[in-house]
Every structure is written in C-alpha cells, then in structure tokens.
Design a protein around this ligand. Structure first.
Ligand SMILES: C[S@@+](CC[C@H](N)C(=O)[O-])C[C@H]1O[C@@H](n2cnc3c(N)ncnc32)[C@H](O)[C@@H]1O
Length: 398
C-alpha cells in the first residue's frame, strides 16, 4: 500500500512538473544531447517500403539498394565557356556525352524512333559493332552531358574557370538533364522555369542557345540568390540582360494570374519528397515529424504549380512536369488532377506527349520504369545509378 502511495505521489510530481514546462521545451529536453529516436531517414525508408513495394513490386528491392548507394553524376558542359579543352579532358578520362552518343545495343532500333527531332551524327557505330556507314541518331540540341561508362565511379574533378571566368561544366544527376531535353526548346522560344533554384535545369535549358526569352522563378529568395550566383558563374553578362532573362521570386501558383497564355515552353520542376536525399540525409529531410503536414500537402502544392504552368503556356505550347520522387501520388496523380482541373475550371484541353522516343534513345544510359501509366520514370539501378526522375509532358490544345 505504501509503495502504491509513493508511486502516486511521484506521478503527481511528474505531472505538475510537466504542466510548468512549455511543450516546446519538453520536446527539446527529450531530444537534448541525443539523436531523435526515429531519424528522418528511417521514417522515409519505412514510408517508401510501405508504398513503393506495392507500386514497384519486385523492382523495389533493387531500387532501394541503389538509392542507398552512391548516386551518379553527369557533367553538363557549359557552351558559354571555352569548351574544347573541357571536352577533351572529359573524354580522356573515359567519359562520353550521353546526349550526342547514345550508343549501345539497340542503336539501330532507335533510328526508327518516331516523333522526335533526331538528326545524323557523323560519328560511327563501330564501338557497338554496327556498320560504320550507319550514323547513330541524336537529338537536335546543343545540350551535352558527360557520364562515366558502366560501373565506373562517377568522380569528376571540380570545374575550373576559363579566361573569361566561365566554369566549364556543372555537376548534376545526369537524369536531371532529361526534363530539359524532353522540353524540346526550339529556336526563338520564350520559356518559363516556374521552380528554378538552384538552377541545374535552367542551365541545361540555356545550353540549347535557342531561347529568345527566359523567365526563371523560385519562391525562395535565398535560393533565387543561389541561382543568380550559378548563372553568373556559367552565363556571360550579355545574356543576363532584362531583354533576354527575368529572375523573379513569386509564388509559382499565382502565375496564371500574373501572365496567362504566354510562353512557348514551361518547366514545372516541383518541390517533392526528393526520395534519394530523404533516404540518405537527415538534414533538411521532409520526413522529419515536424514536417509531416508540409509533406502531406505536397500533392496539392504540386497540382497548383502544374495548373499555373498550364495557364502560363500559350495554346499549342508545351509544359513539362517533373519530380525527383517515385511516388505516384506526386507524379501521375498530380498530372491527372491538374489536367482535370484545367478542363473543368479553365476550359483548357491538354494532350499527353509521348516521351518514348526519348526513353528509347537513352535506354542504355538510364533505367526507365517499364510500362508507365502516364509519363516516364527513371529508376535508380546499381548499373545506372541516376534518378529517380519522373517527367510528363503536356501539350496545350486551346
Ligand atoms: C526541385 S526544386 C527545383 C530544382 C531546380 N529546378 C533545379 O533543377 O535546380 C523545387 C523548388 O521549388 C521551389 N518552390 C517551392 N514552392 C514554390 C512555389 N509555390 N512557387 C515557386 N517555387 C516554389 C523551392 O524553393 C525549390 O527551389
């Protein structure tokens, strides 16, 4: 009986103490000097195991292992720098430009890839044992991105500035170049990049050297500064003038109110669960308990951003939606919902553009998900550890 009384008194004392301590401090005290009980990376992996094992079936274990291994990079060549030495140096290290030389088994088959602007490459197909009179296809673009072949570890030296201070290449997940390639920017186009910072895809778009006017936007002012610094290191001042480029920090969801029916091409590379980062890094991880609501709201935010992009593009123009997540909720579901809202609320009809010519062309560099229901998805794979990157392209019909 005495023991029971002691316990009761003790419990009351603890309760009193808790009432005196603000909740925030209690949480702090609980974590003070220790690691969180559930690190965000563990929470991310638990979430991924539950959802992606259903979504990807027997492919999930392989994708999971790859996401936990070293990610591969590509070197996006900066056409605004003096590139000869840079390209020779990359080639001497055994890298190849995956855009210009998509060689490998199946190159002949890709010659027949319909519906995409391919043109002949004067180089030969000897390396894959195809007659040297047959030229491999390549995209009509100036974008060049070098990757190390096969299982090599992708280690690039830091890029050095040329005589004019322009850096020779920008390192990024090579799969992140695909949305810029798929957007298919043509000579004289005006382009909007709705969520642009820190600027990898903006740089890739600029490498086309075809854009008449580029508007780069990101809601985060600090990230927009970072983007500005990237541009200053890679693009000559003459091209960063107000007539050719505008850098803004608007909420992209409002773009339909700011500027409608305007751009030839719009890139909507939305904030997402950044799956590889979430599985690997606790810092700035969206699976932290404190960010649960933010994470749950992502599909809604993504839908609103895509819808704004659809409103901003001109009739006949094209919008590319991309994420670096495997989640169907953030990928296909968002595209379907935005298409529905565009039709119901704005009377805008859209057509999904077939990206299979792109996937056929680059199937030796990237591992694409088989038979996607809508859009294309790069799956991380131990032999091609890029991505994940999801992309879906929409053409506005009216
Ligand atoms: C995936 S990142 C973009 C990466 C960038 N496209 C690149 O290739 O370097 C998503 C970006 O969306 C921005 N963002 C988040 N909400 C936004 C909003 N409502 N409007 C515009 N940008 C937003 C974030 O600040 C973040 O920089």
């Amino acid at each position: 009986m005495a023991a029971l009384m002691d316990t009761r008194i003790l419990l009351r004392k603890i309760k009193d103490l808790r009432c005196l301590t603000p909740r925030r401090n209690r949480v702090k005290a609980k974590w003070a000097g220790s690691q969180p009980k559930y690190p965000a990376t563990n929470l991310a992996l638990q979430n991924f195991d539950a959802t992606y094992s259903l979504q990807l079936g027997e492919q999930w274990p392989s994708v999971r292992v790859s996401m936990l291994c070293e990610q591969k990079y590509g070197a996006l060549v900066n056409n605004f720098a003096t590139t000869e030495g840079v390209i020779a140096d990359l080639q001497s290290q055994g890298c190849r430009d995956f855009v210009c030389q998509p060689v490998g088994v199946g190159a002949l088959e890709r010659l027949q890839a319909p519906g995409f602007p391919l043109h002949d490459n004067p180089s030969t197909l000897e390396s894959v044992g195809v007659s040297q009179h047959v030229a491999p296809p390549r995209l009509r673009t100036n974008i060049k991105c070098f990757v190390f072949p096969g299982g090599d570890i992708s280690r690039f030296k830091p890029s050095r500035p040329d005589l004019y201070g322009m850096l020779g290449y920008y390192l990024m997940d090579a799969a992140s170049v695909l949305p810029a390639l798929a957007l298919d920017v043509q000579e004289g186009h005006s382009v909007l990049d709705v969520c642009a910072a820190p600027g990898g895809k903006t740089l890739a778009l600029l490498q086309t050297q075809a854009i008449r006017f580029l508007c780069v936007n990101d809601i985060s002012v600090s990230r927009t500064y970072r983007l500005q610094r990237v541009l200053n290191s890679y693009v000559p001042k003459e091209l960063l003038t107000e007539e050719r480029m505008r850098i803004t920090s608007f909420d992209g969801r409002k773009w339909g109110e700011i500027e409608r029916d305007t751009f030839d091409r719009v890139l909507v590379d939305v904030p997402c669960t950044t799956d590889r980062h979430s599985a690997m890094e606790d810092e700035n991880n969206i699976f932290k308990r404190a960010r649960t609501k933010e994470r749950q709201r992502l599909p809604q935010l993504q839908t609103e951003l895509l819808l704004a992009g659809i409103e901003a593009v001109r009739p006949g123009g094209q919008v590319l939606y991309s994420t670096c997540s495997l989640s169907q909720l953030q990928n296909e579901y968002v595209v379907e919902r935005a298409m529905h809202l565009a039709r119901e609320e704005h009377g805008i009809s859209l057509q999904v553009v077939d990206l299979r010519p792109i996937t056929r062309l680059f199937k030796d560099t990237f591992h694409f998900a088989p038979d996607p229901h809508l859009g294309q998805l790069v799956l991380p794979h131990l032999t091609a550890n890029f991505g994940p990157i999801y992309m879906c392209k929409l053409q506005r019909l009216n």
